[in-house]
Design a protein. Sequence first.
Length: 223
Amino acid sequence: MAVDRAFLTKSVRAAYIDRRLEALYPETPIPLDHRDAYTLLVAVLLSAQCTDKRVNLVTPHLWALADNPTDMARAPVAEIQAIIRPCGLSPQKAKAISGLSRLVIENHGGAVPRTFAELEALPGVGHKTASVVMSQAFGVPAFPVDTHIHRLARRWKLSSGRNVEQTERDLKKLFPEAHWNQLHLRIIFYGREHCTARGCDGTGCEICRTLFPERKPESRAGR
C-alpha cells in the first residue's frame, strides 16, 4: 500500500483527527460526576493516579460529609481520608482537600478562583487540574493533557514531547482554541475506547490505520 501523502504533515493530521473525533463524539460529558466548580475541583484532585470510575463511586460518600468548602474545611482530615482511601494517596489528597477548602474560604470568599495562578496556588492543584476546572467549570480555553492524550499525541505524531507540558504546547499550536475544551475530552474518550495502550499497537484503531497505513505493528508507536 502506498503512503497516503495527504497525512504527512502534522496540521493535516490534526485537522482530520479534529473532524473525526467530533463526528464520533458530538457530545462531551465530563467523566467526573460533580455538582459545581468546587466539587469538580475536588473530583479532579482525587482522579490523580485513580480511574474516573472509582472517583465517581467515592465522591457521593464524600459529598455526604461535605460538598462545599465551608463544611469540608470543618471536617476532620481523618474522616476525609477514610472516605477517599479507595482513590489512593489518601493522606496527601485528604490534606490537600482540607487545605484548599480553607484557602478558598479565606482568600476567595468561598468561591473557587477563576484564574490559573490562583488555582495552582491551592494545595494539591497542579496545572492539569487547574486546566480541567478552567475549561469545564468556567469555559476558559485550556487543553489539559493526561496520560491518554500524551500517549495519543505521540502515537499520532502530533508531538514528540517527552512530558505533558511540551505536549500541551504542541497541541495548542495545532488545534483551534475554540475546540480545545471539547477536543481534549474527545481524545480521552477515543483513547479509552479504541486506541488503548495495550489494545492498539499503532495500527489497530481507525485513526491509526487511516493516518499511518504502512506503519508496522512492531513499531509500538506512542508506547
